[in-house]
Design a protein around this ligand. Structure first.
Ligand code: UGA
Length: 438
């Protein structure tokens, strides 16, 4: 079997590589020549644990290929996955120009039956537009060729993408024909061995499922952050409340960790996009509007605490542990660290940060407005306080003796609740966290 994946960003590359690993012949396409050259040599443009080895292995086995020619990739391909970017436009809705341009090119070059699958996160109704664009190009050529469209949203988490692809909780596929369903079933069969299902449904429902899933997860987080803020006021501890409610199987114990707010390339963008879709259809998604507002405020909660502790911030030095929006990624998009670092430097403070992998990416966002340390202890030298923003494993059990020697003050602001208030007290630290008594 042969397939083509258009767009070698995060989603396209993981998808193509994981399919190739099952023995399928995969060609990944991108317009960026340098990216394609690098990929052929196993140099991947993103940080994703395990992906580089998997790319190399499948390139060596000659079942993973890279090209800049969509036309070439389509030869004998039974399915074409569109995994190009859908950046948010000015008004928050997804920009579909790349997706539809790929669809038009497919229409121009198609010469046999193919299933065209949208993998990018796209607004409800996009598969229909993809179909119309292909049809339009076929008509221009006077070609009468059969094809199908399908929607197959991804649920990969950055940092865990390969595992998520190989062992998915579920695979969602929207189709409109039995022929397409059969083909998609064949493709995904290797990943359902552990009994997790392929859920076939109509196309609009598949498109909606993607947004509803991310919006639900974002809602859980904003809900817990809101409750955490109230916990602080009434003297409750949100980590106890989390355990208390999470053990109710109807609620579940995942994704209910209060913190410095959600970030990344997905939740903020997708919550905005679904709100926009609703507005365009004269409906207000009131809950999600609140979810977004709570999250914007949550990114500033640590700043408020810092200001309360240091009424005069000017001239103070803050050590920052973690910059990426979450651990195991170098992704800085919508990271709370950016909001916090900018606020502190605007108030005249000095920020010295360390992140195990995101420092280069952070430089694009923050430039030289902050300093970058060579390790987690280096940034503590003469720091007036430590701010923990991303819960990388290496920050979890710090060497307090070393910390004591380096820091000016023993003050910690923990944006992810990774330390125990009792322990911090024992070591003599003034400790602030989220939704817990300080
Ligand atoms: C998210 C979804 O989890 C994936 O299923 C989806 O495929 C992906 O978006 C996407 O649409 O492409 P990702 O953005 O990689 O994946 O990140 P998550 O691990 O979901 O974390 C998102 C944010 O929520 C992070 O900032 C994290 O710190 C925060 N979070 C997560 C919390 O604040 N509390 C929690 O309990 C869990």
């Amino acid at each position: 079997m042969k397939i083509s994946i258009v767009g070698t960003g995060y989603v396209g590359l993981v998808t193509g590589t994981c399919f190739a690993d099952t023995g399928i012949n995969v060609t990944c396409v991108d317009i960026d020549e340098k990216k394609i050259k690098n990929l052929e040599n196993g140099i991947i443009p993103i940080y994703e644990p395990g992906l580089d080895q998997m790319v190399l292995k499948n390139v060596e086995k000659e079942r993973l290929h890279f090209t800049t020619s969509l036309k070439e990739s389509m030869e004998h391909a039974e399915a074409i996955f569109i995994a190009v970017g859908t950046p948010p436009g000015e008004d928050g809705s997804a920009d579909l120009s790349h997706v539809l341009e790929v669809a038009r090119q497919i229409g121009r070059h198609m010469n046999h039956y193919v299933v065209v699958v949208t993998k990018s996160t796209v607004p409800i109704g996009t598969a229909k537009k993809v179909k119309a664009a292909i049809q339009d190009e076929l008509e221009k050529r006077g070609a009468e060729l059969e094809f199908d469209v399908a929607s197959n949203p991804e649920f990969l988490k950055e940092g865990n993408a390969i595992e998520d692809f190989l062992k998915p909780d579920r695979i969602v596929i929207g189709t409109e024909s039995e022929k397409a369903e059969k083909l998609m079933n064949r493709l995904y069969k290797p990943f359902v061995l552990n009994g997790h299902p392929i859920l076939f449904m109509d196309i609009p429902s598949a498109e909606m499922t993607k947004y509803a899933a991310n919006a639900m997860l974002a809602t859980k987080i904003s809900f817990m952050n809101d409750i955490a803020n109230l916990c602080e006021i009434v003297g409750a501890d949100v980590t106890n409340v989390r355990r208390g409610i999470g053990s109710d199987t109807r609620i579940g114990n995942k994704f209910i960790y209060a913190g410095a707010g959600y970030g990344g390339s997905c939740f903020p963008k997708d919550v905005k996009a679904i709100i926009k879709t609703a507005q365009l259809n004269n409906y207000n998604l009131r809950i999600l509007e609140a979810v977004e507002n709570v999250n914007d405020d949550q990114k500033k909660v640590l700043i408020k605490k810092i200001k309360q502790h240091f009424p005069d911030i000017k001239g103070k030095t803050f050590a920052m542990w973690g910059l990426s929006f979450k651990p195991h990624t170098d992704d800085m998009r919508e990271a709370p660290s950016v909001v916090i670092a900018n606020a502190l430097t605007e108030l005249g403070a000095k920020v010295k940060a360390y992140d195990p992998v995101a420092m280069e990416e952070a430089k694009h966002e923050l430039g030289d407005s902050i300093e970058y340390g060579k390790d987690q202890y280096d940034v503590l030298i003469e720091a007036d306080a430590l701010i923990l923003i991303t819960e990388w494993p290496e920050f979890r059990v710090p060497n307090y003796k070393v910390m004591d020697k380096l820091m000016n003050n023993k003050v910690v602001f923990d944006g992810r609740n990774i330390y125990e208030p009792e322990e911090m007290k024992e070591f003599g630290y003034t400790y602030y966290s989220i939704g817990r008594p300080s």
